[in-house]
Design a protein around this ligand. Structure first.
Ligand code: SF4
Ligand code: SF4
Length: 396
């Protein structure tokens, strides 16, 4: 059985987060298993955008600080590194500062690694993936061990992002756009993400679910307090438990199902032993999923037939757009046109939702077709009914 530790942590007070992190790692056999003295451990947070911690876009600095302290106290060397999303021209330094991750890492005695500026290795994907070759930050492969310090969030394209998808940040900026170009559908992207995960496989996954993100993540959803830290040496299993907690059947997600098929971990809850907090007490029955849930779960052949009816389109909200150009530079299909007034060319758009994910001003909305709105309406009603039922059962 694969162990996944689930521990309570009510807020981001540093002492409480450190205590919860120590408890989670103890439940998995102790820090010595993951960070032996004298070794170098790369801590890979989610640093998608230069947003403050309270937006719940990035791994909270307290979690980075606690993990770095744990590694240092064990006698190992801690590195902290990531590459921000898209074709950001702001550089990693701005992201480290704005997210609080940089100062937290330094305060815990960790060394910062800039994946954008550092050297890269070119790797070849296994057969079957549409992405033949991709670059990985060399630091991620030089470390003796890697910890995935992920954030639990919804994701507009692949529905959920956690410990496995977090490793995509080891691909420096322009490389991520190329992956989106070649792997345009949720399934193709999931396969490519697994290639990256297989190349930089973390020995410990620690998911920051103290405050997660619901709705249209990973950038513009809403913070959702969950009060949990989830840890495992199998990032796929950690993600499976996280998905179960927020109401996604883990094996309905192509990324987790495929990870299991490829022998990269287990997503089958029957083969996972949850230690720490009883799982049934952690379930969140009214967690709001991403708008693209229906199209992402519809089988490809059916999607082609009903593509006009079941679709989500990105739309630039002109009143919010600051014309910074980040979406244009990051669009893998070059489907965002214009200078003064940006518009999406829907014939060229591959619906990767990178523009929605990366726009720092929340100016890219997701426009849903009416069958999706109808489906979401009935789903939310069902979930609200279930949440009320569970609450009244707990009260009895
Ligand atoms: S939509 Fe967002 S990312 Fe694109 S130009 Fe406008 S503000 Fe910038
Ligand atoms: S317009 Fe947005 S959703 Fe469409 S391809 Fe470009 S980045 Fe992706």
């Amino acid at each position: 059985m694969t162990k996944v530790a689930v521990v309570r942590c009510s807020d981001y007070d540093c002492a409480r987060v450190l205590d919860a992190t120590v408890r989670a790692v103890e439940l998995l056999g102790g820090v010595g298993r993951f960070a032996p003295p004298g070794r170098t451990v790369l801590l890979k947070p989610n640093m998608l955008s230069a947003k403050p911690p309270e937006k719940a876009v990035t791994t909270h600095p307290s979690v980075v600080w606690a993990a770095a302290r744990l590694v240092r106290d064990a006698g190992a060397t801690a590195w902290v590194g990531d590459a921000p999303g898209g074709a950001s021209w702001d550089g990693t330094a701005k992201h480290l500062e704005a997210t609080g991750i940089g100062p937290a890492a330094v305060a815990a005695g960790a060394e910062l690694k800039d994946f954008e500026a550092g050297e890269r290795d070119l790797l070849t994907s296994p057969d079957g993936s549409p992405v033949r070759r991709f670059a990985i930050a060399r630091a991620a492969r030089q470390a003796d061990a890697v910890f995935s310090l992920a954030k639990l969030k919804t994701h507009s394209l692949v529905l959920y992002t956690g410990a496995v998808k977090n490793m995509f940040g080891c691909v420096p900026g322009g490389g991520k756009i190329r992956v989106h170009q070649l792997a345009a559908t949720p399934r193709e992207l999931s396969d490519a993400l697994l290639d990256v995960y297989a190349a930089v496989r973390p020995s410990l996954a620690l998911i920051d679910a103290i405050v997660g993100m619901e709705g249209n993540g990973p950038m513009h959803g809403d913070p959702r307090p969950l009060g949990l830290l989830i840890a495992s040496e199998d990032a796929v299993a950690a993600d499976a438990v996280a998905c179960h907690i927020i109401g996604y059947p883990p094996r309905a997600l192509h990324m987790l199902r495929q990870a299991e098929r490829r022998g990269l971990g287990t997503a089958d809850l029957r083969n996972i032993e949850v230690v720490g907090e009883p799982l049934e007490r952690c379930l969140v029955h009214d967690f709001v999923h991403a708008s693209s849930l229906l199209p992402a779960l519809v089988p490809a052949f059916l999607a082609r037939l009903i593509t006009r009816a079941v679709r989500v389109d990105p739309e630039i909200v002109q009143e919010l757009c600051k014309r910074c150009g980040l979406c244009q530079r990051s669009c893998p299909a070059e489907a965002i046109r214009g200078r003064e007034r940006l518009e999406v060319d829907y014939a060229a758009c591959i619906r990767c939702f990178c523009c929605h994910e990366l726009c720092p001003h929340g100016a890219v909305a997701l426009r849903k077709s009416w069958p999706i709105r109808l489906y979401e309406y009935s789903r939310e009603r069902r979930r609200a009914r279930k949440a009320r039922r569970v609450k009244s059962q707990q009260a009895d």
